[in-house]
Design a protein around this ligand. Structure first.
Ligand SMILES: NC(=O)CC[C@H](N)C(=O)O
Length: 361
């Protein structure tokens, strides 16, 4: 049992929040973001897309249903820290095997509890996403060593992994994929090959996939600029689905631009409108960047989904190639599964295309 120690979250804009340190005993610098989901803290802290970020949980009590053995989205949490209101140290759930604070400790992730998260979120909303420093001391003048890093390289697989199955073969381009994406493919009987993010077209071709899925992942999509030509080539040769970072990368590979949102979309209740049908779906989201509306070549792409709150781009469909991309998370986890049909439709599509080869335009 550790002795509670006071600590501080210092924002680069000067605000200081005092609380109690939890988790790993170390200082940490990261982009301070917030997630509005009411449940799903385990999936959130293990989602590799949060690498390098300090997550503020808007829900006031964290830890009440513990940590279970099945809901991790990756083996090692990559986030820089967590900020919470009340910490529950007496979890109650039949599947719970661990406490939230112990999970943080084991994962080497520092955190701070007892924070007025409403005030912190209001501050981020007015300032835009800011950097913050978690530490035992106030660091108003010095935010500590910068942890700027190419996070995709840190969280992507180092070696090719293959999952045998009877259904269509999907290559999963791993920018820091969530386990739920792999599970959704395996549940539909897909054979899956997970490949590192820098895998070129020729190597993908040698794997002979029926379709390619570009995963979610951390950081600024422009960091992957060097690989845009290969990404474009892959999408011109295989039916493609892009999720979140994958969506941004495909848009960029075709000449669109991305920009940073003021404070991102992170939560489990983001309404998006499917433009073809006018139907609104409630989606799980976690992104700080977005594809710039005016930068999309409307001779190449149709906009398939828009966010109902801010009208930002939530999905694209290529006019000639079987390429579909979504900014939100059809695999859910945590959050609603209203859009899981997107993954199912992709698998049905690649299964029905079989050996079809289509000419590059
Ligand atoms: N979940 C993701 O794939 C996030 C994509 C990207 N890192 C962003 O923040 O916009």
């Amino acid at each position: 049992m550790s002795i509670l120690q006071n600590g501080y979250l210092t924002l680069e804009t000067g605000e200081v929040f005092e609380g109690v340190l939890i988790g790993a005993d170390k200082d940490s610098l990261g982009e301070v973001v917030f997630n509005t989901s009411m449940t799903g803290y385990q999936e959130i802290i293990t989602d590799p897309s949060y690498a390098g970020q300090i997550i503020t949980f808007c829900y006031p009590i964290i830890g009440s249903y513990g940590i279970n053995a099945i809901d991790n989205e990756s083996i090692t949490p990559a986030l820089a820290g967590v900020v919470i209101g009340d910490l529950c140290e007496t979890p109650s759930h039949y599947q719970s095997v661990n406490k939230f604070s112990e999970k943080l400790m084991q994962a080497g992730v520092p955190g701070i509890a007892g924070i007025d998260t409403r005030l912190l979120v209001k501050t981020i909303r007015s300032r835009g996403t800011v950097k913050g420093y978690l530490s035992k001391t106030k660091n108003i003048d010095n935010l500590g060593p910068d942890n700027q890093s190419f996070w995709v390289d840190k969280v992507s697989t180092k070696k090719i992994q293959y999952f045998k199955n009877n259904g269509p073969h999907v290559v999963l381009m791993d920018y820091g994929f969530k386990k739920s994406i792999l599970n959704a493919l395996l549940d539909e009987n897909c054979a899956v090959t997970i490949v590192p993010y820098h895998t070129p077209y020729e190597k993908i071709k040698a794997l002979n996939p029926d379709g390619v899925l570009f995963s979610n992942g951390p950081g600024d999509p422009m960091e992957l600029k060097k690989w845009f030509p290969e990404i474009k080539k892959i999408t011109q040769n295989y039916p493609t689905l892009g999720i979140c970072l994958g969506h941004q990368l495909i848009a960029l590979a075709y000449g669109a631009k991305t920009e940073k949102l003021a404070y991102g979309h992170r939560g489990g209740n983001h309404p998006v409108k499917e433009l073809m049908t006018g139907k609104v779906k409630i989606t799980a989201q976690n992104h700080g960047y977005v594809v710039v509306d005016e930068s999309i070549d409307n001779k190449l792409f149709d906009i398939s989904y828009r966010n109902v709150n801010d009208r930002s781009i939530e999905g694209l469909k290529h006019k000639n190639y079987p390429i579909q991309t979504v900014q939100f998370h059809p695999e859910a986890h945590p959050g609603p599964s209203d859009t899981e049909y997107i993954l199912k439709d992709f698998i049905t599509q690649i299964a029905s295309m079989g050996e079809t080869v289509y000419a590059i335009k």
